[in-house]
Design a protein around this ligand. Structure first.
Ligand SMILES: Cc1cc2nc3c(=O)[nH]c(=O)nc-3n(C[C@H](O)[C@H](O)[C@H](O)COP(=O)(O)OP(=O)(O)OC[C@H]3O[C@@H](n4cnc5c(N)ncnc54)[C@H](O)[C@@H]3O)c2cc1C
Length: 491
């Protein structure tokens, strides 16, 4: 195990993509095997040191920003243990990057659907955050693909939890470590919204034990090994970026594409139908932000949508017709749309999708700003109300912003730019009004990034003080000294 204490090395572990300031740590431990990860946890627990587990640092909420103590980096736990194409299962260590993993499974004709846009993320980080991405519209979040987790608890005990093996009884969850130690966890009586959601612990009566750890943001233990479910790779994909002249047209297009997709998925008698796996949105400001790199964006565009659909040789032609018909109903810019049939062209469209958030975070870093980006989602019926609330508030308050993201899931990111501390405080107060509006509309404060340190107050807005102390009581059963993820989720 490597131990580093020099300031230069420490620096690169004190931040994440949120650019949250104030990180500090006494040392970095870099285990080179799962056994060493366990030793590292035991060592810190013995010394009473706060523990922050570091993946790749692409998180957007300050969750991996350490507030003192030790950082345990998973960067050398980067083995793909196995890929079983017949059983459609793979086992990985937590430091494997999403890019390396997806490349490896694709080489075997397989698909791992979770796809947070930033593929430098480590697999452990994506499980700890229950990350989502464009394909979540069809396949759900990371949670849906996690079959087994090996976890080292703050007392050094090991859990090996398989999906479908251990369930809560009502509101009590009993976990047993591999050495036979029992933990009885009282589950808070909260109601999670039935939409894309990644804020706070996953809690439901009679829940599967594995779900508690997915999305727990490094606060309950160290994920040491992950078994995931895979799918066969689809034959082919068709994709397009469609430009629109008016917001109303975008909303009608998305509502119709979403409804058609859900119908195709749920009705077995639809032979060939629209079934988008991604519906992603870019407002005019977002497009202007990357216009230098993409000068062929039509000048009169009000907004754009990127879609992808899986097809077979037999269905491709008919599906292209169905998409052309639908698109033609809502945009006068049919001739300017970008369609991608070949894998190379599709990669270019994905690069376009990635360019917006990547450039945003780059800009924020350059200007040494803190990120102010919404991650709220609401039920589909209320999306337009939330969207209009954002744009009206931002215009009224004269804020500079861009909006992009997962419109298929009624979940977009509004990113506000603030150059001075005063602008930052002002933007934060507007952001808070947006949070309260999303909650009023039955939404969540985080649909995919988690709450980390910068959004933990919003979790309280969502669930209330009593539920927060119930969450803390649950954590205390596993982590009585509050060593793991100090400052994340709880003050
Ligand atoms: C350009 C860009 C685009 C993005 N787009 C998306 C998107 O579309 N969807 C999305 O969901 N996210 C997105 N993100 C956010 C980010 O990529 C994800 O949150 C990712 O899952 C974080 O992984 P990481 O390895 O970088 O985690 P880190 O930032 O290193 O850590 C995040 C949290 O996970 C914990 N953690 C990490 N590894 C472990 C482990 N082994 N055991 C226990 N806890 C652990 C950390 O302690 C911390 O709490 C984006 C980020 C960027 C920069």
């Amino acid at each position: 195990m490597l131990t580093k204490t020099d300031q230069d090395t420490l620096q690169s572990y004190l931040s994440d993509a949120s650019n949250m300031p104030g990180g500090s740590a006494e040392r970095i431990l870099i285990p080179e095997s799962q056994a060493e990860l366990r030793t590292a946890v035991q060592m810190c627990a013995h010394e009473g040191q706060a523990i922050t587990i570091a993946g790749s640092g692409t998180g957007l909420t300050g969750a991996r920003v350490p507030l003192g103590g030790t950082v345990i980096s998973t960067e050398r736990l980067n083995k793909i243990v196995s890929i079983d194409a017949e059983r459609l299962r793979a086992v990985v260590e937590p430091g494997v990057s999403l890019l390396d993993f997806q490349t490896a499974v694709e080489e075997q004709g397989l698909l791992y659907p979770p796809d947070p846009t930033e593929r430098a993320a480590a697999m452990g980080g994506t499980v700890a955050c229950n990350s989502s991405g464009a394909r979540t519209f069809k396949y759900g979040a990371t949670r849906e693909f996690i079959e087994r987790l090996r976890i080292f608890l703050p007392d050094g005990e090991e859990l090996n939890i398989r999906r479908g093996a251990v369930f809560a009884k009502g509101n009590t969850l009993t976990l047993t470590s591999t050495s036979g130690k029992e933990y009885t966890l009282p589950l808070p009586t909260i109601q999670m919204p039935a939409i894309k959601h990644a804020a706070g612990y996953f809690i439901k009566p009679d829940m599967d034990a594995i779900d508690l750890f997915i999305g727990s943001e490094g606060t309950l233990g160290a994920i040491a090994e992950i078994e995931v479910r895979l799918l066969p790779q689809p034959d082919r994909i068709i994709a397009g970026v469609i430009f629109f002249d008016a917001l109303d047209n975008v909303m009608h297009f998305v509502n119709e594409a979403r409804a058609a997709s859900l119908k195709t998925r749920t009705q077995s008698n639809v032979e060939v139908g629209i079934d988008s796996r991604a519906l992603e949105y870019f407002d005019r400001n977002a497009l202007d932000f990357i216009r230098d790199e993409y000068p062929n964006i039509p000048p009169a565009t009000a907004a754009a949508v990127w879609f992808e659909q899986e097809v077979t040789d037999a269905s491709e032609e008919r599906l292209l017709e169905l998409w052309y018909e639908l698109i033609g109903k809502y945009t006068p810019f049919m001739d300017e749309a970008w369609f991608a049939i070949t894998e190379k062209d599709q990669e270019e469209l994905r690069a376009f999708r990635h360019a917006v958030p990547a450039k945003t975070y780059e800009r924020i870093r350059e200007l040494q700003q803190r990120k102010i980006g919404t991650d709220m989602a609401v039920p589909d019926a209320h999306f337009r109300a939330l969207y209009d609330f954002y744009t009206e508030e931002f215009a009224k308050e004269r804020l500079r912003y861009i909006i992009f993201g997962h419109i298929g899931n009624s979940h977009v990111h509004a990113n506000i730019f603030a150059s001075t501390p005063e602008e930052f405080d002002h933007a934060k107060s507007v952001y808070h009004r947006c949070v309260l509006k999303a909650l009023e509309l039955g939404g969540t404060v985080s649909a995919e990034h988690g709450v980390g340190k910068i959004k933990r107050d919003y979790l309280r807005d969502m669930y209330g003080a009593e539920a927060m102390s119930d969450f803390a009581a649950l954590k205390r059963v596993l982590d009585p000294k509050g060593l793991f993820g100090r400052g994340t989720m709880f003050a």
